[in-house]
Design a protein around this ligand. Structure first.
Ligand code: SF4
Length: 276
């Protein structure tokens, strides 16, 4: 008998998650209690929520195109596009509408229904927003859902993009507030929340998630999920990313996150679709 099977098995009834909401907000304790559920129970709960809110046989395909790569002034510790890290990424100018159109047509032919355009800016200038608005109009004319991720937005930027036909704006919280400063120092958490508020008030749908596997604790993963769960209204898209380690970035040698912990994070985040 293997040493694994020699371990005594203890079957316990599933523990109930802590009261999910306190005073209308998700607490980090409540989210952490979900993380601590036995794995099959967590999967069952997440699947139940998913099936109540989505067609379980349907997967939406999205394509992300970097329309302006590299040369970014920020210091996000995971990002090969930050100019200060030697990652071999060459900085490039904003792509022309014809190039983006060709890429969007290829994405659509491959089955994508949403097309996201990412630009490595700390914060786009007014003239950048006008150029991206043109890209949005180009992609929207194909009948695709449009999404952009351009960094922090100033007043009026989101409105200009919305008028051009932007459906979604991606701006991630990245991590829990008490871990954020370990990863990024050139802008703070409130900057992110301010951009999300501008996007929301312009009538653009919010795509907002984070990255795990950056050295955070489970408690801090729960903290990220709590921040996302307490955004009102809940984001229409919530990307939970596992760190892609890139040579030359500060997180290049970060230890891998246990794959089951990554699955747990997605399962816990799924709970908030129920009342978001
Ligand atoms: S702001 Fe975006 S492009 Fe710039 S370093 Fe951070 S993640 Fe990379």
């Amino acid at each position: 008998m293997s040493s694994v099977l020699a371990q005594p098995l203890a079957f316990r009834p599933p523990r109930q998650a802590a009261q999910p909401r306190e005073h209308g907000r998700w607490s980090v304790d409540a989210i952490e209690a979900l993380f601590n559920l036995p794995f099959p129970e967590l999967m069952h709960q997440a699947q139940t929520v998913h099936r109540e809110n989505f067609d379980p046989t349907r997967v939406e395909f999205a394509t992300l195109l970097s329309v302006k790569t590299g040369g970014c002034a920020e210091d996000c510790g995971y990002c090969p596009q930050a100019a200060r890290y030697d990652t071999g990424v060459e900085a490039s100018k904003l792509m022309e509408p014809a190039e983006v159109l060709a890429a969007a047509q290829r994405a659509q032919a491959a089955g994508a229904t949403r097309f996201c355009m990412g630009a490595a800016w700390r914060s786009p200038k007014d003239r950048d927003i006008e150029k991206v608005a043109e890209l949005v109009r180009t992609v929207k004319a194909l009948g695709l859902e449009t999404c952009a991720t351009l960094g922090m937005l100033e007043d009026g930027h989101a409105q200009t993009l919305q008028s051009a036909g932007l459906d979604y704006y991606n701006h991630n919280l990245d991590s829990a507030p008490d871990f954020y400063g370990d990863i990024i120092t050139t802008r703070d958490y409130q900057d992110r929340l301010d951009t999300l508020a501008r996007v929301r008030s312009a009538g653009v749908k919010v795509c907002c998630g984070g990255i795990v596997g950056m050295g955070e604790t489970r408690r801090q993963r729960a903290g990220l999920v709590a921040e996302l769960a307490n955004l009102t209204p809940y984001p229409e898209s919530v990307p939970i990313n596992n760190l892609v380690k890139v040579e030359g970035t500060p997180l290049a040698n970060q230890a891998d996150l246990d794959p089951f912990e990554f699955v747990r994070t997605i399962a816990v985040a799924l709970h908030h679709h129920a009342d978001g």
